[in-house]
Write a protein that binds this ligand. Structure first.
Ligand SMILES: Cc1cc2nc3c(=O)[nH]c(=O)nc-3n(C[C@H](O)[C@H](O)[C@H](O)COP(=O)(O)OP(=O)(O)OC[C@H]3O[C@@H](n4cnc5c(N)ncnc54)[C@H](O)[C@@H]3O)c2cc1C
Length: 332
């Protein structure tokens, strides 16, 4: 049994700013639109509130899951016995530095990647066009090291600011100074080796990214149309590939060079395109996308993921590794 009421009583005595909701529906917070409730949903409004919330959760023995835009996450159908910390309130964009050579654009972790791309377009800043149309937030994209049309997040992130939670701090210790001291800055140029395909320095750690700075081209109002046209091409390509035809979480499986072919091709060759299980279906137009046909449950999605893995293994001997995140398997 989670000590929810004790936690809520305690957090109400602190400086925490943001929502604290019980038994909140998760399906509308994901692009797959499946899943049940989370025991707790917190939406901290600033870094200090993240710090307070996570430390109190750890103190109460309540596991937590960080939620960005929910475009890569599946929640279980039954209640998630944990707190979901949504970054929805942490969305700000500003130019941190500009000169003739480049611009540094700073975003709160909950900023939608599309809002960052639009901001760059309005300012004629080029460099992030390939990310146009990518669902979700910059925090989630950094965590996943999202890759779009040959460019990865690691190519454009300049610094990441994050809180690292490897020990619990008692409530009496919460002072603004203390939190500042716990914030760490990741300078990408120095730690480039921590990035890989679908891998980032934030995975397998207890790091909560609070903001990111992106390095892109200089501000140039004459370039607005050019940048906008380029972004439009990538969005159109996604539309043509059926990315937005039905609720999904994008590519289900990672690609692996050892397979010799993209995962979607292996799935297609196994004759699985269009395969249905409950309300879930392998998209008839793309082997590596599973869609919610309207009434899918998360169990339908998981069962279909497993079936596709089994059939591809029978056909090729390769085991496809899911890229999508199952919340209950990724609690901190
Ligand atoms: C139609 C469609 C198309 C897609 N196309 C692509 C594509 O081209 N390339 C690609 O790489 N992906 C693609 N995706 C997958 C997904 O959109 C990206 O990975 C996206 O960047 C995830 O961001 P999010 O905010 O939705 O993260 P979420 O799904 O909310 O979370 C993903 C992971 O990040 C963690 N996380 C989120 N925020 C933070 C934070 N602040 N600190 C620490 N951890 C955090 C979560 O705990 C979770 O483990 C697509 C998805 C869809 C639905």
């Amino acid at each position: 049994m989670l000590k929810l009421h004790e936690f809520i009583e305690n957090i109400n005595k602190t400086q925490y700013k943001g929502k604290v909701l019980e038994h909140e529906q998760m399906a509308p917070r994901t692009t797959m639109m499946t899943g049940g409730t989370a025991a707790l949903l917190l939406s901290p409004a600033d870094e200090e509130s993240i710090f307070i919330a996570v430390n109190l959760l750890k103190d109460s023995g309540i596991p937590y899951f960080i939620l960005g835009g929910g475009s890569n996450v599946i929640f279980p159908d039954e209640e998630l016995e944990a707190a979901v910390i949504s970054t929805e309130n942490l969305n700000s964009i500003l130019i941190e530095e500009k000169n003739e050579g480049h611009t540094l654009v700073k975003c709160g972790c909950g900023t939608k990647t599309n809002d960052l791309v639009d901001f760059c377009t309005e300012n004629g800043i080029s460099g992030l066009e390939t990310f146009a149309g990518l669902p979700g937030t910059v925090g989630g994209a950094a965590y996943m090291n999202a890759r779009c049309y040959g460019k990865e997040m690691s190519d454009v992130i300049y610094t990441a600011r994050f809180l690292e939670f490897n020990r619990t701090v008692k409530i009496e210790e919460f002072t603004h100074n203390f939190i500042e001291r716990h914030l760490k800055m990741y300078h990408n140029t120095k730690m480039g080796e921590d990035w890989a395909y679908k891998n980032s320095p934030f995975m397998h750690s207890q790091r909560f990214i609070t903001s990111l700075t992106f390095k892109a081209g200089p501000v140039d109002s004459d370039k607005k149309d050019e940048v906008g046209l380029e972004c439009g091409k990538f969005v159109k390509d996604r539309e043509d590939k059926g990315h937005f035809k039905a609720p999904s979480a994008g590519s289900v499986f990672k690609n692996d060079r050892n397979f010799g072919e993209p995962s979607g091709v292996l799935i297609d060759r196994a004759g699985l395109k269009g395969m249905e299980l409950g309300g879930a279906q392998v998209a008839p137009w793309h082997g590596n996308i599973i869609i919610n046909r309207g009434k899918a449950s998360s169990s339908d999605i998981k069962n279909l993921v497993r079936t596709v893995q089994e059939k591809v293994r029978e056909n090729t001997g390769f085991t496809l590794e899911p890229e999508i995140i199952f919340a209950e398997q990724n609690l901190q």
